[in-house]
Design a protein around this ligand. Structure first.
Ligand code: C2E
Ligand code: CA
Ligand code: CA
Ligand code: CA
Length: 274
């Protein structure tokens, strides 16, 4: 049999590897970071392509850790999902936005969009959070949930989404065209908004095949009467192309990079005075 010393040294090596790979420390710190309020809520404007008005914002989390510095959401969101911290993290986000509604225009057509993991729809947690945190804040602006298509949704998940829609919550399909179940999502969820992944936007003027896919997605959404938001608009050429094809709304560095929510009112003021 295997000597204990060997097992112990292998175990130690594994722990060292995990720490080196940032896996243990990061997931461990996510919990602490929430209590230390190391997460910041940023937002990025979404622009009406017809008249240039700001239609709403997408909230995006940022994490500034004392030791590691800025950590990308592409790193900590998957970790938070794996370690069941995504639900409390999203609750923190909803709470922060609900406490800061005064920063945003209060008209029903203005929407505040939040990214949600499909995992949220396994339990009633998101519905509870909206009922207990969002609605009591008496928002006039609308709430939109952005769901990324990764896996097929279960019966329960469908039920939750139906309930949310009945509550007046808007639904967007995020990163459309990159997942595996695009068409069944459109058929079964009848979303309010379809977000065209920034990979497609980037292909405009550079990649003929992907540009054809982009055109096809646009036509599909128009036939189904679903509004579109194109992500990752960085150039005037992309803006013109998308606008010409009737994409309703645009989001990207061309208009504004994500900013802390408390900076948004000043940005909006300057943008509207342009
Ligand atoms: P996403 O939902 O697709 O968000 C859009 C990402 O594109 C954001 O990256 C944004 O900063 C970036 N972006 C916006 N405009 C441009 C542009 O013109 N050019 C380029 N190159 N990039 C642009 P970010 O903030 O790093 O977030 C990455 C991903 O992390 C998000 O992708 C989303 O899936 C996830 N995420 C961020 N915040 C949250 C959150 O609160 N909850 C959940 N569940 N996921 C989140
Ligand atoms: Ca999103
Ligand atoms: Ca996206
Ligand atoms: Ca994405």
């Amino acid at each position: 049999h295997i000597p204990l010393a060997l097992i112990l040294s292998l175990l130690a090596a594994y722990v060292v590897y995990l720490i080196a790979a940032n896996r243990i420390s990061l997931s461990y710190y996510i919990g602490h970071a929430m209590t230390r309020r190391e997460f910041r809520v940023y937002c990025q404007p979404i622009i009406n392509s017809d008249n240039g008005r700001c239609l709403g914002i997408e909230t995006l989390l940022r994490w500034k850790n004392k030791r590691q510095g800025w950590i990308s959401p592409d790193v900590f969101i998957p970790l938070a999902e794996q370690h069941r911290l995504i639900i409390p993290l999203t609750r923190y986000l909803i709470t922060t936005v609900a406490e800061n509604l005064n920063l945003f225009p209060s008209r029903p057509s203005f929407y505040i969009s939040i990214n949600v993991a499909a995992e949220h729809f396994n339990t009633v947690s998101i519905i509870d959070d909206i009922r207990n945190i969002w609605l009591p804040a008496n928002p006039i602006a609308s709430l939109m949930l952005e769901l990324t298509e990764r896996t097929a949704l279960s019966e329960i998940q469908h039920e939750q989404i139906k309930t949310l829609k009945e509550m007046g919550i808007l639904l967007a399909i995020d990163d459309f065209g990159t997942g595996h179940s695009s068409l069944s999502y459109l058929k079964n969820l009848s979303p309010d908004v379809l977000k065209i992944d920034r990979g497609f936007t980037a292909s405009i003027g550079t990649d003929a095949v992907n540009a054809t896919v982009t055109d096809t997605i646009i036509t599909l959404a128009q036939r189904l009467k679903i509004k579109m938001v194109a992500e990752g608009v960085e150039t005037e050429e992309q803006m013109d192309y998308l606008r010409l094809r009737g994409v309703n709304a645009l989001q990207g560095y061309y208009f504004a990079k994500p900013m802390p929510i408390n900076v948004f009112p000043l940005w909006l003021q300057q943008y509207e005075a342009r």
